[in-house]
Design a protein around this ligand. Structure first.
Ligand SMILES: [Zn+2]
Length: 180
């Protein structure tokens, strides 16, 4: 089959559960997050016997066009860091669960901590404020306006929670994970 690498052979609709994140290879710029609108069968390579191999790629709207990661990278080679996420983990939690050390359970969640100097755009629109603001507001304290550079993803097995913190407010128990 004579068909160019990167060609989309067909596409299946993606439902509403997935987003794709990427950036311009620059940690000081916010991450770009777009909904995945379809799963594309993309020609990946040609074997010497003429067989074409394919892979499944997310298709998404960006700059008023539909792209796959392969096509967008061809359009602008700076773009990198493509990551497909379930929409629920791309949305910040609205409550902060404070776990007292004495109450800590044995099945502590798996925690992953990420750093991004420009902060985190989780809704595709604006940089998330420091998650401690939910707690601060509750206590009548002034809001934290520092850039929330840390993203903490806790896997509770059945659910994921996501919080973003400025450097000063990163919970101490996550700081060691951040250095790892
Ligand atoms: Zn803060």
């Amino acid at each position: 089959m004579n068909i160019a690498t990167g060609s989309v052979l067909n596409m299946a609709p993606a439902g509403n559960d997935w987003v794709i994140a990427f950036d311009y290879g620059d940690e000081t710029a916010p991450e770009i997050v777009r909904p995945v609108i379809g799963w594309a069968t993309v020609v990946e390579a040609h074997l010497s016997d003429g067989t074409a191999t394919t892979c499944l790629q997310p298709a998404f709207l960006y700059l008023d066009m539909v792209w796959t990661p392969t096509e967008l990278r061809e359009h602008d080679s700076r773009i990198s860091g493509f990551e497909v996420r379930a929409r629920e983990i791309a949305r910040p939690v609205t409550t902060v669960q404070i776990v007292e050390p004495a109450e800590q359970e044995d099945d502590t969640p798996e925690v992953r901590v990420f750093y991004r100097a420009a902060g985190w755009v989780l809704d595709g629109k604006s940089v998330e404020p420091c998650t401690t603001n939910f707690h601060r507001q509750h206590l009548g304290h002034p809001a934290c306006t520092d850039t929330a550079v840390w993203k903490v993803v806790e896997n509770h097995g059945m659910s994921l929670s996501v919080g973003v913190y400025c450097d000063a407010d990163l919970p101490a128990e996550h700081r060691s994970a951040a250095r790892a």
